[in-house]
Design a protein around this ligand. Structure first.
Ligand code: ZN
Ligand code: ZN
Length: 293
């Protein structure tokens, strides 16, 4: 399983000189299985560069698109994803049940509403809403995908993908410490022993009182989850749009200190736009050059 990060920023794109290292595009993750099957999680602005990458490859495009939830930072890249304008593209949309409706509303509805000049039914790609994984595991020949409803306003899904013995858990937009929300133990079970956990760590502990109920976690909470679940590697993601590269590096340093000297401590880093990770080796290859020719 290869995991490529096309967007790691939370809430709104944050381009500029202070976000070059970890990236300014919003959430989009590409997963390539050994069979060649492609799965994409979320259609944040990072999906535009994925489209350019696929265009450069020249092959026809077919994949599952798992949408975590409705919020704009996870949907707004799709109108700029070139393969939706190609006849031989096929996209199977799954994930949060209301996200497909929200996504189609981005496009022109011919009554003066929408956020984009093209109507959804004018797209040349075959786009089908299969609405499967929220109702139970989606089992394909080569991959087993489970979803978990997480703590986020208006709802959100986390995903667990297993290919053979290797497991990725992706949970963006989740407030681990939400009062009255899904208990912490459920997340520990969901992430149990995975090779790689990619989890929301938008806020600093001192920012939390002002953002309680906004549906995001701190690096401390994400590290605690990774440690209790026996996760091998943790990537902190959904970086706050106001967070500079220097500040993200500081978060990584503090996060590593929390588990320093512990036996079987998870390896910790921040999710970097343009990086690829391979399971089971989980070799981090910041390959911006390869992904952005
Ligand atoms: Zn978000
Ligand atoms: Zn959200």
């Amino acid at each position: 399983m290869e995991i490529r990060l096309w967007g790691t920023r939370g809430s709104v794109p944050a381009p500029g000189p202070h976000t070059l290292e970890f990236g300014g595009n919003t959430t989009c993750v590409e997963i390539l299985l050994q069979s060649g099957r492609r799965i994409v999680i979320d259609a944040g602005t990072g999906i535009r560069n994925l489209g350019n990458h696929l265009k450069a490859q020249g092959a026809s495009v077919r994949f599952h698109l798992l949408l975590t939830h409705n919020h704009w930072d996870h949907l707004l890249g799709l109108p700029f994803f070139d393969p939706i304008y190609w006849e031989d593209t096929e996209i199977l949309i799954d994930g949060w049940p209301l996200a497909f409706q929200a996504l189609s509303r981005v496009f022109d509805d011919r009554t003066g509403d929408g956020f984009f000049p093209v109507a959804f039914d004018q797209l040349k790609a075959q786009i089908t809403f299969i609405n499967r994984v929220a109702r139970g595991p989606l089992v394909l020949e080569d991959v087993h995908i489970e979803a978990l409803s997480v703590n986020h306003p208006q709802g959100c899904l986390g995903f667990r993908l297993r290919e053979g013995d290797h497991t990725l858990v992706f949970i963006t937009d989740n407030e681990l410490g939400q009062e009255g929300g899904r208990p912490f133990g459920d997340f520990v079970e969901f992430a149990r022993n995975c090779d790689l956990l990619i989890h929301d760590a938008q806020y600093l502990p001192e920012e939390m009182p002002e953002h309680r109920g906004w549906g995001h976690s701190t690096y401390e909470e994400a590290v605690r989850l990774a440690a209790e679940a026996g996760v091998k590697r943790l990537l902190l993601t959904h970086h706050d749009p106001g967070r500079s590269d220097t500040e993200v590096r500081d978060i990584v340093r503090k996060a590593r200190q929390l588990v320093m000297g512990r036996k079987d401590a998870p390896k910790i880093d921040a999710a970097r736009e343009g990086a690829s990770y391979y399971l089971p080796e989980v070799v981090s290859v910041p390959s911006r050059q390869a992904l952005f020719p």
